[in-house]
Design a protein around this ligand. Sequence first.
Ligand SMILES: Nc1ncnc2c1ncn2[C@@H]1O[C@H](COP(=O)(O)OP(=O)(O)OP(=O)(O)O)[C@@H](O)[C@H]1O
Length: 574
Amino acid sequence: MEPKTRRRRRSRQLVATFLRDPGSGRVYRRGKLIGKGAFSCCYKLTDMSTNTVFALKVVPCSGGGAGRLCPKGKVEREIALHSSLRHPNIVAFHGHFADHDHVYMVLEYCGRQSLAHLLKVRQTLTEPEVRYYLRGVVSGLRYLHQRRIVHRDLKLSNFFLNNNMEVKIGDLGLAARVGPGGRCHRVLCGTPNFLAPEVVSRNGHTCQSDIWALGCILYMVLTGSPPFPVGPLSEMYQNIRTGLYPEPTHLSPNARHLIARLLAPNPAERPSLDRLLQDNFFTQGFTPERLPPRSCHSPPNFTIPRPLGSLFRKVGRLLLAECRPPHPFTPKEDSGSGAEGLEPDPMKWASEAPLSEKRAPDPEAPVHLLTQGALRSDPAATQDPPGEQRPVLWAPKWVDYSSKYGFGYQLSDGGSGVLFRDGTHMALRPPGGQVCYLPTRGKLETFAPRYVPSQLGAKLAVLRLFTCYMERQLREEGPPPAPQLPAAPDLCLLRFFVSPQVLLLLFSDGTMQASFSGAQAHLGLSGAGEDLLLTLEEAGRPRVSNSLHALHMHGFSPAARQRLRFALQVLQSS
Ligand SMILES: Nc1ncnc2c1ncn2[C@@H]1O[C@H](COP(=O)(O)OP(=O)(O)OP(=O)(O)O)[C@@H](O)[C@H]1O
């Protein structure tokens, strides 16, 4: 017997290296063999005049060709149907021609093969990836169904991926238009363990039979195995008819619920494509806008999901840019005297140039308070928000008087603090008003209010004045803040950045706060490690906190994502 490799090489040579489409006059160069199917082979193909790369599907139409002979009429039906379609999530059909031995279809080249190839490497996919791929598939399938076309062979190997990881439904060899009753001929075709109960029972394919296949696919990509494993046909078909599959208990409740909806034995109970996208599985989890090519080999890293990663990089840059050498604190005439000398002109408080433009302060320059603000701290929530309700410490009010004294803030636990121009920090801690002074980082001095040393009197006066001002002048809308865990005595503000649109604060416990004046919104990152907590708050909406671990598992909701995008836009323009 001839060695296998030699036989394969010879059958491949049967497809010429240069091919001319007599209809268009285009000349193509055949490239390497991509793979072989039951009735066809697929090659890489280059248009000689434009260098565009395509996939060439070659179907033999006489004995001795590239593969098994295709049933008569099948390829013509495939061409007639596929060539009429144009959609970003369907493999594009660019042309066809034939010679004595073969029919050639010039198709869009999908350089990253198919989801079947990907799953073979990865074993299972993460929920955000599955949402991403399914969104594309649903979009392509909706297009087909709107044209009364059922695919009838939806499976992972027919979901192709181009170089940009965009998913494309391909192989329309079994696709057919449904008749007036919404059904195709009552034939048993497709991949056996993805067949819907009505197809197994020979009641014909409908659009809902494709939806069933999506259920099988969802199950398979999340668990790594099909819901109805190949086995004795009668047993498998019985399980399909009754919708009996191993319960994937390790999946999220939303994933399990959607699988159950899709694998409803009664086709009428399966969701439509539009309803499918409204399922909690889609609406309560984050869907990446694109996936990196490396996700073909390993799970993409959603630990800091987009756009959060970019946002924190930007925050980091802005805060570092604000990092100036400490400047001596010389209140001179204001020293120890209390409020009068410091009382700023309220008209000037918000009228100066943004701090992003400011230079190192000139001691002789007139004193203006540059920026001030207040954010609503606890909007009335009428229902439990998704996510967690852990107490989060943040600064709803602030005063920027850094041109002369420092930056003051009030914390949600009722305490307040000032980061002085000389880099020292002083805070008043509730309930007794204990004074916590940090002359340098890591060195904490605490005093009862009456025993503050006289050399710190000026700073205490500034702190008191700021506190008083924030309490009196900067009113919050809505109810007073909810009770909070008190801040640690050594908590201090490390950095701040103020522009007309945004305030950024970085505290010594790693808490980062970004507050957006126009939208009355704020986001914060607090805690550490697995407990890192992202808090989003917006006027009129309940505050939502999510651990980064939960975001890693389930991703952002669309609303949270939108808020983060907004935050990023604001920061980028700062
Ligand atoms: N448009 C395309 N771009 C890139 N690769 C493709 C394209 N179409 C098919 N392929 C690849 O070519 C190989 C053969 O595909 P083909 O459609 O001929 O058969 P199949 O889908 O593997 O099997 P069958 O048609 O029997 O279900 C497969 O590996 C497939 O991933």
